[in-house]
Write a protein that binds this ligand. Structure first.
Ligand code: AMP
Ligand code: MN
Ligand code: MN
Length: 318
């Protein structure tokens, strides 16, 4: 797919990414936004996304993101969904549904392709890596390169996870030639934590428990804890991967409370358990080693429901 060709007849192009956007989602959306603005300055290009974490302030044009949709929006000739199927676009799903043509670019195994045109590659490290494929290399500039790099860095855990391929590295190498301060970007957008973020991480680690004979580690952050620290879910980024580094644990369940009987659940696996399949039972999705869903009930209900499916998979694998 060449995105320039797919949108050439469109006057108005909309772009959207998933709710609670992560680094890959922000990087892919910004890279595509900057690219389309650059090659088609005469077209109306709009990017709809929930407000990203402040750490992405280093990406050019991040202030152009539209976090609200107005009644006067009108219809888009083309709407492009990135890093998700249309169901997790949030408010922008309505714009996607009304668009003349829809395009979906993603790397989630749970995505069956929700656009009229789909570019889904589950082998890709990130949607940002796929953006590199669909844009003209000759049009990439330092700012576009930086956005793609940030996206790849975040979804690969800084080139650490098994989704990192030689192609990922080759693309990253090409991007580095644009000369941005890659070391500073990785430090400031990925590793650096606020004091409160570290306190929350500490609590999640302290209060974690082993279930399933130590095969699964579980932790949760309640609504009142988040309120006490005046923190938001964005402040919990990285907690689940730290938990998953625990020796002996095949998989990790981390959740934070969103309402009285509601939790946003993050699942991680070291490979034996396909957590995307577990998440899909509860209408979530993701990848084999990283997935998520939203669940109702108490903390114990959530753990019991999830471990039932995790145990089934581990038994079959024995
Ligand atoms: P998270 O645990 O939120 O970091 O998500 C891990 C992976 O699963 C990411 O690739 C997410 O995009 C994906 N994911 C999380 N929640 C959902 C959901 N409700 N539906 C589909 N995919 C999800
Ligand atoms: Mn994502
Ligand atoms: Mn992604």
């Amino acid at each position: 797919m060449k995105i320039a060709v797919e949108v050439k007849d469109a006057g108005a192009i909309g772009i959207g990414g998933h709710i609670r956007p992560d680094g890959d989602c922000v990087g892919a959306c910004m890279a595509l936004y900057l690219y389309l603005k650059k090659i088609y300055p005469e077209k109306r290009v709009e990017l709809f996304l929930e407000s990203p974490s402040e750490v992405f302030g280093c990406i050019k044009g991040i202030d152009q993101i539209r976090t609200q949709i107005t009644d006067e929006e009108g219809d888009f000739d083309v709407f492009i969904a990135l890093d998700t199927a249309k169901e997790r676009l949030g408010a922008a799903e309505a714009l996607f549904d009304r668009a003349g043509k829809t395009i979906n670019i993603d790397h989630h195994v749970s995505n069956m392709g929700s656009g009229m045109v789909n570019y889904i590659d589950t082998q890709a490290s990130s949607t940002s890596e796929l953006i590199f494929d669909v844009i003209e290399e000759s049009e990439i500039d330092e700012e576009i390169a930086k956005a793609i790099y940030i996206g790849i860095v975040h979804d690969t855990g800084v080139f650490r996870y098994s989704n990192t391929s030689s192609k990922t590295m080759q693309i990253a190498a090409k991007l580095l030639n644009f000369g941005f301060d890659h070391s500073d970007i990785v430090e400031k957008t990925f590793y650096e934590k606020t004091y409160v973020q570290n306190l929350l991480l500490g609590r999640a680690l302290m209060e974690s428990i082993f279930v399933m004979d130590g095969k699964c580690i579980v932790s949760a952050i309640g609504k009142r804890t988040l309120e006490f620290y005046q923190a938001s879910p964005k402040d919990l980024e990285g907690v689940v991967s730290q938990l998953n580094q625990t020796k002996g644990a095949e998989c990790t369940i981390f959740m934070y409370q969103t309402a009285a009987q509601e939790y946003k659940v993050s699942l991680r696996s070291k490979g034996k358990v396909d957590v995307a399949r577990v998440a899909q039972v509860f209408e979530g999705g993701g990848h084999v080693r990283a997935a998520g869903c939203t669940m109702n009930g108490t903390f114990y209900d959530v753990v019991n429901n999830l471990t039932l499916h995790i145990e089934k998979q581990l038994k079959l694998a024995e």
